[in-house]
Structures are given as structure tokens and as C-alpha cells.
Design a protein around this ligand. Structure first.
Ligand SMILES: NC(=O)c1ccc[n+]([C@@H]2O[C@H](COP(=O)([O-])OP(=O)(O)OC[C@H]3O[C@@H](n4cnc5c(N)ncnc54)[C@H](O)[C@@H]3O)[C@@H](O)[C@H]2O)c1
Length: 396
């Protein structure tokens, strides 16, 4: 099939490569010209997609990136994979989804299958995409992306894929497309079910992470190890699922998607109380971390050299979106500390560059990548570990 993927970010590029690998002819449509040039030169920027794989698909003619919207016309499948962030008031910002829909409306003149993979609230495909695209009768399906960047066990091929469509013909076409590179397709009765399943999955994580974050604080105040309690609880072979406490939640999904569910819940008059409280608990974790660091450093960190180790939102990936490291650093600076950060994967971020760990009085480990030197961290005068990976130091 001729396939266009709108948006060549984490999700769009992953799907593009999966489809190219299955033998489809894929064009990655992307508004960022710099990214288009980079991808066409065979340089991936996503963990799990190798430069040689990308270059191979380009050489074989099965993948090309483009910023020319005329490439959309004539494709048999168009997948929307654009950002769905929150606005300044933490409400859904569907402007990218609307822009992608408008591109299809303007440039696609023959009927095609339009699939939305961007995460959003139930009703998005029907009301915000299909209703916006005029002039041509397309098929519409929702297949929310579940990719977990850096996860080597679960990828596009073996992660079960949900599909809901506006019509049986749309479902059949989407099943045919995704079945060519995904092992397990699960049809649901409507796009709204697929959309809601995705945001409920991430809400489940957000709420459970908040629960363990709150519990970690209770355990510390009780003078017991929260992590030891959680490990002990996890020995129960049924009815318990372990989650880890940490400095907060980051990335494009867990801090964001639940607010999409809260938004529609509010519209239908049902208060999403768990989501609200979980947001409060998770967003307060950086302040808790800094409070513990100050307490553990004798009551003040004024004038101390602090290095924050690992600023991406999770280990072994370079993604800094919504990372709690930002708030941890800002709050440490408010306490009068001189704060640098170390993260070889990230390199530069917020106009600053990664610094050495050596020479710091205090190390605060926010994210632990495999390559980081534990010896260098432990050589600092005081260490606070938010990850549970370092023995014999303070932490959550
Ligand atoms: N990152 C993840 O782990 C993940 C996992 C599952 C689902 N999702 C969801 O998938 C969607 C995309 O997320 P992502 O992480 O790939 O985002 P991203 O920011 O990495 O990539 C989005 C890309 O879309 C491009 N773009 C924006 N508007 C465009 C337009 N009108 N036309 C063409 N390109 C456009 C941007 O320039 C960017 O390169 C979001 O809804 C997200 O919630 C993300």
C-alpha cells in the first residue's frame, strides 16, 4: 500500500519504519524541515530505530520523508501521529490534530483510509477529525499508539493493537493495514472505545504511580523503607501489580493523557477525582525530593554544588518532555544551591550542557541510565536517589 504518516516523531517514525519493513511504500510527512532533511540522510533520532535500518528503507525506495503536503494525495492509508499536548490551563490542545485534518481536507482528493494514532479523548476521530474533513468520503479508524520508547520486549510488532472504526469497511481496511506488521489486532465496537482504552491505560499508570509516591512518603515518615514494603507486597502472586515511586512523571503520555479524560468527564458532568488528586501528588514530588535533600544535607544546601544525574524522564532514553528533573533543578536553585546536571544521552537541554558528576557536594539521581558511573555518584558528599537503583544512600 502507499502509506503516508503525518508527523515523524516517536510514534510516526516508529510506525513508518514498521510499515516500510512490511513492504509498504511509506512517506513520512513532517512540518519540521530540519527533521525531514535529517531523516532523508538516513539519521534516526529515536531509540530502537537504527540509522542503518532507516538508510536501508530509503535506499530500497520504501521510505522517504517530505514536507510537501501534495504527497498525501493518492495514498491508500493516511495515519495521523501528531502531538496532543495540554494548553497553559492544562486543557486538551487539539490544534495539531486539527491542522493535520485540515491538510487532508485540502490535499487529498481521492477516498482513503484515515487512521488517528494520536492520543486523545473519546469522540476525537468522529467529531474533531472526520467532521472537519470535507469534500471526499474517506474511511475513518482509530488505532491509538501504545509504543513505549526504549522497551526492547514490547514493540510495534508484538504489542496488541486496538482498532475501532466509524464503519465496518473502515475497520476491515485498518485491520488489513495493521495486520501486515502487527501480530495481534483487537477490534473494538467503536473508535470511542479504542480512544478511551488508551487514555484509561495511561490514567491507570498515573493514578498507581501517585499512590506509590504518596505511600513512599508515608513509609519514610514511619521510618520504614517504602521500596522494601513494595517489594514485599509484590510477592503476592495475584491481585497486586508493582509500581515504583519516583520524582514525578514525565514524557508525552502519563502527565498529559489523564487530563484528556478529565476534560471529557467534566463535560459529561462526572468529576474525575482520582485524576485530579494523582496530578497533585505527582506534580508535588519534585518539592518532596528537594525537601528531603535539604533535610539530608543538614538543613540547608545554600552555596552547595549540586549535580542532578539523569534529566530525561526515564532511563536509557533522551526524551526530556515533561521531565520532573526541570522542577527538581529549579527548586534546588531556589534553595540557593549551584546546580548543574549530568546526562550523556540528553547532552544539551534548556540552554545548558551536561556537566561532570565529579566535584559536586551533592548528587540527586532523578533518572539512572545504564551508562552512568555509580562510583562517580557515590564519590559526592551526599547522595539522594529517586530511582531505587543505588544501595546505601538516601532516597525514595
Ligand atoms: N511518545 C510516546 O511514547 C507515545 C506513545 C503512545 C502515544 N503517543 C501519542 O502519539 C502522538 C504523537 O506523539 P509523539 O511522541 O510521536 O510526538 P512528537 O512530538 O515526538 O512528534 C510529533 C511530530 O509531528 C510533527 N507535526 C506536528 N504537526 C504536524 C502537521 N500538521 N503535519 C505534519 N507533522 C506535524 C511535529 O513536528 C513532530 O515531529 C501523541 O498524541 C502522543 O500522546 C506517544
Amino acid at each position: 500500500m502507499r502509506v503516508a504518516i503525518i508527523g515523524q516523531g516517536y510514534v510516526g517514525l516508529t510506525i513508518a519504519v514498521g510499515a516500510a519493513d512490511a513492504g509498504h511504500s511509506v512517506v513520512g510527512f513532517e512540518v519540521n524541515d530540519g527533521l525531514v532533511a535529517q531523516l532523508n540522510s538516513g539519521k534516526s533520532y529515536i531509540e530502537g530505530i537504527g540509522d542503518s535500518d532507516l538508510a536501508g528503507f530509503i535506499a530500497a525506495g520504501s521510505y522517504v520523508a517530505s514536507s510537501d503536503p501534495s504527497v498525501l494525495d493518492g495514498c491508500e492509508v493516511i495515519v495521523i501521529a501528531v502531538p496532543t499536548p495540554l494548553d497553559a490551563d492544562r486543557h486538551p490542545d487539539l490544534s495539531y490534530v486539527h491542522a493535520a485534518s485540515d491538510l487532508i481536507s485540502q490535499h487529498v482528493k481521492s477516498p482513503t483510509l484515515v487512521v488517528n494514532e494520536s492520543t486523545s479523548y473519546p469522540g476525537t476521530l468522529r467529531k474533531e477529525i472526520a467532521a472537519r474533513i470535507t469534500g471526499v468520503e474517506h474511511l475513518y479508524a482509530s488505532s491509538p499508539e501504545r509504543v513505549d520508547p526504549g522497551n526492547i520486549q514490547w514493540g510495534t510488532k508484538n504489542t496488541p493493537r486496538l482498532i475501532g472504526g466509524l464503519t465496518p469497511a473502515a475497520v476491515a481496511r485498518a485491520v488489513q493495514f495493521y495486520g501486515s506488521f502487527c501480530d495481534n489486532i483487537i477490534e473494538v465496537s467503536s473508535p470511542e472505545v479504542a480512544e478511551a482504552a488508551k487514555i484509561f491505560e495511561n490514567t491507570f499508570r498515573q493514578v498507581n504511580i501517585a499512590l506509590v509516591n504518596e505511600f513512599a512518603q508515608i513509609a519514610d515518615a514511619l521510618g520504614i523503607s517504602g521500596r522494601e514494603v513494595l517489594d514485599a507486597a509484590a510477592t503476592k502472586p495475584y491481585g497486586f501489580m508493582p509500581f515504583n515511586p519516583g520524582p514525578g512523571v514525565g514524557g508525552h503520555c502519563i502527565p498529559v493523557d489523564p487530563s484528556y479524560l478529565a476534560h471529557v468527564a467534566n463535560e459529561v458532568g462526572v468529576p474525575a477525582t482520582f485524576i485530579k488528586h494523582a496530578n497533585e501528588v505527582n506534580l508535588a514530588m519534585p518539592a518532596y525530593v528537594v525537601k528531603r535533600v535539604v533535610a539530608g544535607s543538614g538543613g540547608s544546601i545554600r552555596g552547595q554544588k549540586v549535580v542532578v544525574v539523569g534529566v530525561s524522564y526515564k532511563s536509557n532514553i533522551a526524551d526530556t518532555r515533561e521531565t520532573p528533573a526541570a522542577a527538581v533543578i529549579d527548586l534546588l536553585r531556589e534553595q540557593g544551591a549551584t546546580v548543574t546536571w549530568h546526562d550523556d544521552l540528553v547532552g544539551t537541554w534548556r540552554g545548558e550542557s551536561s556537566s561532570l558528576i565529579a566535584g559536586a557536594d551533592i548528587a540527586v539521581v532523578v533518572t539512572k541510565h545504564d551508562g552512568v558511573s555509580v562510583d562517580a555518584i557515590k564519590a559526592c558528599g551526599y547522595v539522594f536517589d529517586c530511582t531505587g537503583h543505588l544501595d546505601g544512600v538516601d532516597g525514595i
